[in-house]
Design a protein around this ligand. Structure first.
Ligand code: NAP
Length: 307
């Protein structure tokens, strides 16, 4: 049995089907991973519901689903030296991860890392997209000790990493969320503020000495509030406003992360210095429910699918 999530047409979660597909075998340079956990990201349902976005990433129908995975190597192709059967690994394979047996090409566009001891597959599968993107969002604004940073969408999949990384760097963190999310954000080390109209005024009241930096993980509201509060555009980043955000602020994303960022974050999680809140786990048979929950855009931490 090789369960694989597949969609043959674009649409809502209902287009996602589970098929028993032939077991694949690795070619030269490739490994096969017995996947045990897939971490969901908004890009997954964005691709399966928005053809123009899927096209930008080279996804054609029928397509697999999911990107971030963790599991154990159970076959290797010829010429693989860095990995062997039995290695615990995690990584990213865009639009293919949700399958029992995943072919990964670590010499191509896929990401593959050894899972540090002490890190479960459930946690390792949450790291690649969200962890790397959070690191890139903070690097783009040169976040440093003594900063007061506003993080928009601070409780989401990227936000939980950004808040903790910013705190670890020595910054004061103010994070936007719905009021019902405030306790969750406080536990992560952020001072919560409600998103929505009037954000700049509320942030000014919380930080009368001023903000020094901001990163917008939801759209443009946080970036615009930071500009209104006098933060220099080069100290404001956004990951979710397209390539040309307003006011000259910096557009960035996971692709801009440094090569060592993901491993550094994985080691920090394994050491207990960072935590990854997991909002919900769904068995692969409930993939539609998992995606429906993710697409509501009120996730706190990460949603994972288990295989
Ligand atoms: N460029 C890249 O490389 C890249 C990489 C990863 C993600 N992204 C994009 O970045 C965004 C965030 O990703 P994610 O994984 O963190 O998503 P997510 O987990 O779905 O984010 C959910 C969070 O968004 C918050 N939220 C909902 N409405 C909001 C609003 N109006 N203003 C501010 N926050 C709001 C929610 O807070 P409450 O529950 O408190 O409402 C929730 O905690 C997505 O658009 C994603 O596509 C881009």
């Amino acid at each position: 049995m090789n369960r694989t999530v597949i969609y043959e047409k674009f649409g809502g979660p209902e287009v996602l089907e589970i098929r028993d597909t032939p077991e694949p075998h690795p070619q030269a340079g490739q490994v096969r991973v017995r996947v045990t956990a897939v971490g969901l990201n908004p890009m997954d349902w964005i691709f399966s519901s928005m053809p123009q976005m899927a096209q930008q990433f080279g996804i054609t129908l029928p397509s697999g689903f999911g990107t971030d995975f963790a599991g154990t190597i159970d076959e290797t192709g010829p010429d693989v030296t860095a990995f062997t059967i039995g290695d615990r690994v995690y990584g990213g394979a865009v639009g293919r991860a949700a399958t029992d047996h995943l072919i990964v090409d670590p010499t191509g566009t896929d990401t593959l890392e050894h899972t540090p001891a002490g890190l479960t597959d459930d946690t390792a599968c949450t790291l690649p997209v969200a962890g790397a993107t959070a690191a890139a969002a903070l690097a783009a604004i040169d976040l440093r000790a003594g900063d007061t940073v506003l993080i928009g969408g601070a409780a989401g999949g990227v936000g939980v990493f950004a808040v903790q990384l910013a705190r670890a760097a020595g910054a004061r963190v103010i994070g936007t969320a719905a009021p019902s999310t405030f306790d969750f954000l406080r536990d992560l080390g952020a001072e919560p503020v409600p998103y929505g109209p009037g954000l700049a005024d509320r942030v000014r009241a919380l930080a009368p000495d001023g903000l020094t930096a901001a990163t917008d993980l939801h759209g443009t509201e946080t970036a615009e509030a930071a500009l209104a509060l006098g933060v220099a555009p080069q100290r404001i980043s956004t990951i979710a406003a397209g390539p040309n955000p307003p006011g000259g602020v910096r557009a960035t994303g996971g692709a801009n992360a440094l090569p060592g960022d993901l491993k550094r974050i994985a080691e920090a999680v394994a050491a207990g210095d960072l935590t990854v809140p997991i909002e919900a786990r769904f068995p692969i048979e409930k993939i539609q429910d998992a995606v429906r929950t993710q697409a509501e855009r009120h996730t706190h931490g990460k949603i994972i699918v288990t295989l």
